[in-house]
Write a protein that binds this ligand. Sequence first.
Ligand SMILES: Cc1cc2nc3c(=O)[nH]c(=O)nc-3n(C[C@H](O)[C@H](O)[C@H](O)COP(=O)(O)OP(=O)(O)OC[C@H]3O[C@@H](n4cnc5c(N)ncnc54)[C@H](O)[C@@H]3O)c2cc1C
Length: 405
Amino acid sequence: MPYYGWDEKYLSLVRQTIREFCKKELTREYVRWMDENCDFPPDDLWKKLGEIDAFQWDFTNPYANLIIQEELATASAAVMIAIGASVHFGMGFIAMIGNPSQQAKYLPRLMKGELKMCMALTEPTGGTDILNALQTTAVEDGDYYVLNGQKVFITAAHVADYLITIAITDPEAPKKDSWSVFIVDAKTPGITVRKIPKLGIHACACNEIFYDNVRVHKDNMLGRKNKAYQFLVAGERGKEKKAPSSDDKRKKGNNAMVALFNMERVSTAILSLGIANAAYQDALAYAKQRMAFGRPIGQFQIIQHYLVEMAIQIENARNMIYGSISRSLAGYESAKQAQMAKIVAARASEYCAIKGMEILGGYGYTMEYDMQRYFRDYKQMVFAPITDEMAINVIAHMLGLPKSY
Ligand SMILES: Cc1cc2nc3c(=O)[nH]c(=O)nc-3n(C[C@H](O)[C@H](O)[C@H](O)COP(=O)(O)OP(=O)(O)OC[C@H]3O[C@@H](n4cnc5c(N)ncnc54)[C@H](O)[C@@H]3O)c2cc1C
């Protein structure tokens, strides 16, 4: 495991603890039950996740977070996405751009899992070209802003206590200087949430949100007015640069910011890695015990090649994920590596789910085995939160090619 000099003993303990938790609380039967019956992890599981600090975010040791995320995503991608909505979107935004009173109000409860949040950016007119698609407005009215508009595909909005909402606050300004972020209480009059049925990740639903004259107090603006776009895309335009030699406080702050931006891509990569792990483990176990022509199918060379390719792609994805975080911690630009990790891990999950299904033969296609869930779940990671096509566009631009979008 590429810990790159971090405290291996401590990290092994983290992995062991989280594995034991998953073995006990996220059994195969329970995860299957959630997939068939839930649109979000049940409250008692949520409470137990809080007890093992699954909602804590430790910038001083991101590897511990990576390990927790990988183990949880391997047991249940839906549970990990549900956590991610609150931790990466809610906590990430508030920790990075919230003022001290917002941080004091929300962070302690978020870290205990007592509050749920979601991030509402995408709109029906399009997610990839979000700068041109975003139409939701927030108009000043005394001490309040009045929000009108519609969001789509918003993960966990149906259970969220607060909706981190991006809206236009200056329609006259250039688009990049027109967005602001608001912490919107989900119970505010004028908000309607509608669940959207989807193919996979059933235990963490996505939703439409309608804002009809929703009044939000000015104290709930998050970060600087009209500067949300700059915050959201920070890091994407970064050029390669070497780490500064001094490790002063300012550098540490920059690293934390880059780490946060990259974490969104990296967290998606980890979800894919978890799905890939799960599909691989099931396929490997099956290949060892399923008999054909008087021997286990794992003795046939083509099945061995499928399994080895899975293992290679998983190892490759994991190394890219840890590598991008290592770079970021060392003060190097890592946005490109984070985008690449997202793509490589998505491809690994796709390969493992498809080949895993083939290794299981007819059983892989039935609803009685979990391979069909991995096959349904992996697809979400290919286009959310950014499509692979768009991630490749961004990488091309970072390589110095003309911007294609
Ligand atoms: C299950 C799920 C959960 C989600 N959760 C959230 C959430 O919590 N919060 C949130 O704000 N959003 C969320 N999203 C939205 C997600 O970020 C968008 O779906 C994504 O950005 C793509 O936008 P789109 O679906 O509108 O596709 P479009 O933007 O309409 O793209 C359609 C196709 O065109 C391609 N395309 C577009 N432009 C280019 C280009 N320049 N070059 C090459 N190809 C291009 C895309 O890659 C894609 O293949 C979620 C989506 C899903 C499906």
